[in-house]
Design a protein around this ligand. Structure first.
Ligand code: ZN
Length: 140
């Protein structure tokens, strides 16, 4: 996983985003899948930042181990979700609402995809959601 600082060319909002690789970032950018959380602009660029200089090779291997650790945690988490939650795909916002407003469904757990706006709407309705980067199965 790579974390990039991205900047919106329209409103100068700077935010962090995770990608499985720099290639994935390029692909998403090309297809205009990257959008600003604030103004929904698609003019997203990588924010310029100082290069990371690692003078110490031990430090570098520590960093790599940390990334591996995070990845394996994410993978465990994904497994847990898959085993315990029902996948609802693009219907996430709809399903989340139906659970929230139907007391009989209170204990149902779901996961799926939702847009930034949908997450915001849910939040305003008092429906708590969690977001996390989803590792593709082919990823190591
Ligand atoms: Zn913006």
């Amino acid at each position: 996983m790579i974390k990039y600082k991205l900047v919106c060319k329209d409103c100068n909002n700077i935010f962090d985003s995770w990608f499985s690789s720099s290639k994935e970032y390029e692909k998403l950018k090309k297809r205009k899948y990257l959008s600003c959380h604030i103004c929904d602009s698609r003019k997203i660029e990588k924010a310029l930042m100082a290069p990371n200089i690692l003078s110490n090779s031990e430090l570098k291997s520590k960093e790599i181990n940390k990334i591996k650790e995070i990845k394996s945690k994410l993978r465990e988490f994904k497994k847990f979700i898959k085993n315990n939650f029902k996948y609802v795909g693009e219907n996430f916002a709809h399903e989340a609402r139906s659970i929230h407003y139907d007391p009989k469904k209170k204990n149902k757990a779901i996961y799926g995809k939702a847009s930034r706006e949908e997450i915001e709407d849910l939040k305003q309705e008092g429906i708590k959601t969690e977001e996390f980067p989803w590792l593709e199965d082919k990823e190591n």
